[in-house]
Design a protein around this ligand. Structure first.
Ligand SMILES: C[S@@+](CC[C@H](N)C(=O)[O-])C[C@H]1O[C@@H](n2cnc3c(N)ncnc32)[C@H](O)[C@@H]1O
Ligand code: SF4
Length: 490
């Protein structure tokens, strides 16, 4: 392979992360190695076929780019001023140089963050007009017109729900970090029921204690809960009586009439039963997720979902008889071995089931997933094909009356694309929009859950993370409760 070595000399971890991601926009990640070393740059210079040298000083940056393709076109930039205040300018310079020798793989320009639409909201809040914002996205971030259109469409839709920010209302998130089996692509800190199921009863006790404590703190702070999201993992890993116990414990502490949305990410069809759906309905759950990921039986088997497409259809038909306000279905484009014909067929089958929401993800090869560990056993889809799959999916969804209402990006996504939530008009999920735009307080309970306490007038939020591991969460529970007191201190 024509391996390329990129060398960066610097000491700021945040910037290293940004730069690494930016370089990946141009060069397939397996084809380069990013070396962070302040000492050995000469050695690397000798071996490099393709190099980027960046020297950071107190008040200037020396930046050199070279490649065997343009060796005689060496460029040296010296940037005055501190790096942090010039981060975007610097990223644009890297982009300008790389684009001389490589075609960008992404339409997102220098933007590598996971919440693109947040930028639009911030610009609107600063008083910029819409055409001004388009110009900024193009010139300051190098974002391509079709992605700008998408950002603007989503921002407009979200604003009706998110503004003005009501500081009295709070969303509540609960994490059930258990799943019947582990999917190959997943990196969520979820536990296999077969191995860790013995902890489930104690976990449920603790979670109930935490959530009741949190609700009391929210009320003491003079706030109220208007949105609940039970996610995971797979919340329907709990049996019907356990679900009843959990919902009842929540119900006894709050006024359900104030809820605008109550979601349970049931997720895996193989965990959903009539009894569990009845419990959800009885406690006012009005939005559930039944996630196929794909409707291709071979792929379902390969990714470890433990069920076929037939059970997705059956569960969906059963769920419809309960008349939840909204059902969401998640799909992942670019699953191993799939072609555009497969993804189109999946989308059409899902559209035929008529859910109110469909969320389109593109595969992200996460470090902590079995897919990454075992990569040589999977036939990964190419960036170009996933790009085509996404465009095809978008056209099919728009044709059937679903339009984008929220979006996020992830690290290591094939094709450097985006995940987009589609909804029928009036069925947009409040929680999904809130979590992306970070203007609203979310109090999160359970292992791995992260609360965000927002102070919108200062455009600031505080992140409070619970222990990720199940054992830590259970054994250090006093600390978990202690951290929850911050709700009442803000
Ligand atoms: C919190 S996860 C899990 C929900 C539920 N347990 C399930 O699997 O149906 C939410 C969604 O993220 C998506 N997802 C998870 N891992 C992913 C990955 N590595 N790449 C792309 N999408 C992913 C899946 O579509 C999944 O339904
Ligand atoms: S994708 Fe969902 S069901 Fe699969 S392991 Fe992850 S959280 Fe569990």
């Amino acid at each position: 392979m024509n391996s390329k070595k990129l060398v960066v000399f610097q000491s700021d971890d945040v910037f290293q992360y940004e730069l690494e991601n930016l370089i990946e926009v141009f060069i397939v990640r397996s084809a380069f190695e990013l070396t962070m070393d302040n000492q050995k740059y000469r050695l690397i210079k000798e071996t490099a076929q393709y190099g980027l040298e960046i020297h950071f000083y107190e008040n200037r940056i020396d930046f050199r780019f070279f490649t065997d393709k343009v060796l005689d076109e060496r460029t040296l930039f010296v940037v005055a001023g501190a790096l942090k205040t010039h981060k975007n300018e610097f990223k644009k310079m890297v982009y300008d140089l790389l684009i001389k020798v490589e075609k960008p793989l992404s339409k997102w320009g220098i933007l590598i963050g996971i919440r693109p639409v947040k930028i639009v909201h911030e610009l609107i809040d600063e008083g910029h007009g819409l055409s001004d914002i388009r110009q900024i996205l193009k010139e300051s971030y190098y974002i391509q017109p079709d992605k700008i259109d998408l950002m603007m469409e989503i921002a407009e839709k979200e604003r009706a729900y998110l503004y003005p920010v009501n500081q009295k209302s709070v969303s509540l998130y609960l994490c059930i970090p258990f799943c019947p089996t582990r999917c190959v692509y997943c990196s969520f800190p979820s536990n296999d029921l077969k191995k860790k199921g013995k902890y489930l009863p104690l976990y449920l006790e603790r979670l109930i204690d935490e959530v009741q404590f949190a609700i009391d703190e929210i009320h003491k702070a003079g706030k109220y809960i208007d949105c609940i999201y039970v996610g995971g993992g797979t919340p329907t890993s709990l049996d019907a009586s356990q679900l009843h116990k959990l919902f009842d414990a929540i119900d006894s502490k709050l006024d359900r009439r104030l809820l605008k949305e109550y979601t349970v990410e049931a997720g895996r069809p193989d965990t959903i039963t009539a009894e569990k759906l009845s419990v959800m309905k009885a406690f006012g759950v009005d939005r559930i997720c039944i996630n196929p990921q794909t409707m291709n039986d071979e792929t379902l088997l390969q990714i470890g979902r433990n069920h076929g497409s037939e059970s997705i259809v059956e569960v969906m038909e059963l769920a419809k008889t309960y008349h939840f306000k909204s059902i969401n279905m998640d799909i992942i484009l670019g699953l191993p071995g799939e072609t555009i014909k497969d993804s189109a067929a999946s989308i059409d089958k899902i559209i035929a089931l008529d859910p109110e929401n469909i969320t389109i993800h593109t595969l992200s090869v996460k470090r902590a997933s079995r897919l990454k560990e075992d990569i040589e056993h999977f036939e990964l889809v190419h960036d170009k094909m996933v790009t085509d799959m996404l465009a095809d999916a978008e056209a099919r969804l728009r044709d059937s009356g679903l339009t984008p209402y929220y979006m996020y990006r992830q690290k290591k996504m094939i094709g450097h694309l985006e995940n987009v939530g589609y909804a029928k008009k009036g069925y947009e999920s409040l929680y999904n929009m809130r979590i992306m735009e970070e203007k609203h307080t979310i109090v999160a309970c359970g292992a791995g859950a992260v609360s965000k306490i927002c102070t919108p007038e200062e455009n600031r939020f505080e992140r409070i993370a619970n222990f990720k591991g199940l054992e830590d969460y259970l054994n250090r529970f006093d600390e978990v409760l202690e951290k929850k007191k911050i709700i009442n201190e803000n």
